[in-house]
Ligand binder design. Structure first.
Ligand SMILES: O=C(O)C1=C[C@@H](OP(=O)(O)O)[C@@H](O)[C@H](O)C1
Ligand SMILES: C=C(OP(=O)(O)O)C(=O)O
Length: 428
């Protein structure tokens, strides 16, 4: 197994132009593929999750031209749902990309064709039953090829009727996102009612905004119910600039907050649609100095102290707070993050295990984690569980004056293939 030894980092300083947002890249690709007309996407993310979406779209008959650096993509929209009925069964391998699996699951029900949706072994442990149940309420023909409620799936595209649908929002917001993006192309109007507490709410704001950008309005009552008119087609966006990735920004902002100097990330700012920009507000509450621009966020060192916060709204960036807690006085408590357990790995277990290896005192609850910094951080080999965010957030341990070894560092390819090269640009 490959290992990366990160030597102690004395100082951070500089600027990082963020790669495109994973959440926006995969949404934009799907909507551009369904839309009428040609969309040019710029600042597209080049990573595994996006590659899986791109490959699937090609198999589904969508034409696009990707630039050599893979950051620009000109998509010839179909102007209607996918139709591959003449091609027999098509198998789509979607890796471990939730933002490909869930939205494609809904979108493929709209048209005509026979599909198998599959992925990496971990994908078979990530639930999708609530989405399948809700699509079946709208007439979808979906069956499980392995365990009930989990991929792999067989979808027979027969169209979605619309109507009044209930979706359980308590495990992943991606189920609602997937249904919302398909709903305008249903035969009739759709009313979606949320059952249970909707988690990761800011991702729904991203979905509603991008649907609007592609010409579709959704009426919502306080994110509890959503009404979408049926029989619509998305409209291409001539030039769509993908915002920088706010979750990827968290590692650099935390580095600025922990070490001397400051780090500025560009490509996101005070007008960003991504909820993970609120990570900067949490860092500020911990004592970091934060500056917001229209197209940048800058973090500088402060005396960090522990916080006790519900971080359900920033589930991905909250992992970075768990490692920043190693540099804060007091006990940091991150609550209401049960769904860490159903992501790339069981992140509550994995974070607790790896934080203990560097000496922290950790309490792992059913849906929370408490982290108290050790007097002195110890060198450890960090297992990364094929989870890009574990590799990236544990790189911050090197800011302690103690080196850290990251096992399987290339797992960052899910969302940020050159993360460690970029980190080296701002560290001394
Ligand atoms: O919609 C999205 O783009 C995402 C939603 C979140 O998932 P959950 O809604 O499952 O928490 C987040 O963790 C994931 O990285 C991306
Ligand atoms: C949870 C994540 O990914 P996915 O989009 O596969 O859910 C993540 O990137 O942290």
């Amino acid at each position: 197994m490959e290992q990366l030894l990160l030597n102690p980092i004395a100082k951070v300083d500089g600027e990082i132009n963020l790669p495109g947002s994973k959440s926006l890249s995969n949404r934009a690709l799907l909507l551009a593929a369904l839309a009428k007309g040609t969309t040019t996407l710029t600042n597209l993310l080049d990573s595994d999750d996006i590659r899986h979406m791109l490959t699937a779209l090609k198999q589904l008959g969508v034409s696009y031209q990707l630039s050599d650096d893979k950051k620009q993509c000109v998509v010839e929209g179909l102007g209607h749902a996918f139709d591959t009925k003449d091609q027999g069964q098509i198998e789509l391998f979607l890796g471990n990309a939730g933002t490909a699996m869930r939205p494609l699951c809904a979108a493929l029900c709209l048209g005509q064709g026979d599909y198998v949706l599959t992925g990496e072994p971990r994908m078979f442990e990530r639930p999708i039953g609530s989405l399948v149940d809700s699509l079946q309420q709208a007439g979808a023909d979906i069956s499980y090829l392995g365990n009930e409620d989990y991929p792999p799936l067989n979808i027979k595209g027969t169209g979605l009727k619309g109507g009044t649908i209930k979706i359980d929002g308590s495990v992943s917001s991606q189920f609602l996102t997937a249904f919302l993006m398909a709903a305008p192309m249903s035969q009739e109007d759709t009313t979606i009612e949320i059952v249970g507490e909707l988690v990761s709410k800011p991702y729904i704001k991203i979905t509603l905004q991008i649907m609007k950008d592609f010409g579709v309005d959704v009426v919502t009552e306080d994110y509890q119910s959503f009404v979408v008119k049926g029989g619509q087609t998305y409209t291409a966006v001539e030039q769509y600039l993908v915002e920088g990735d706010a979750s990827s920004a968290s590692y650099f902002l935390a580095a600025g907050a922990i070490a001397g100097g400051s780090v500025k990330v560009t490509g996101i700012g005070k007008k960003s649609v991504q909820g993970d920009t609120q990570f900067a507000t949490v860092l500020e509450a911990m004592g970091a100095k934060i500056e917001w621009g229209d197209d940048y966020i800058k973090a500088s060192k402060g005396e960090l102290k522990a916080v006790d916060m519900d971080m359900n709204h920033i589930p991905d960036a909250a992992m970075t707070i768990a490692v920043a807690a190693l540099f804060a006085t007091g006990t940091t408590k991150i609550t209401n993050v049960y769904n860490w357990r159903v992501k790339e790995t069981d992140r509550l277990f994995a974070m607790a295990t790896e934080l203990r290896k560097v000496g922290a005192t950790v309490v792992e609850g059913h849906d929370f984690i408490e982290v108290t910094a050790p007097e002195k951080i110890i060198h450890a080999e960090i297992d990364t569980y094929d989870d890009h965010r574990i590799a990236m957030c544990f790189s911050l341990v090197a800011l302690s004056g103690t080196p850290v070894t990251i096992n399987d560092p290339k797992c960052t390819s899910k969302t940020f293939p050159d993360y460690f090269d970029k980190l080296a640009l701002v560290t001394r």
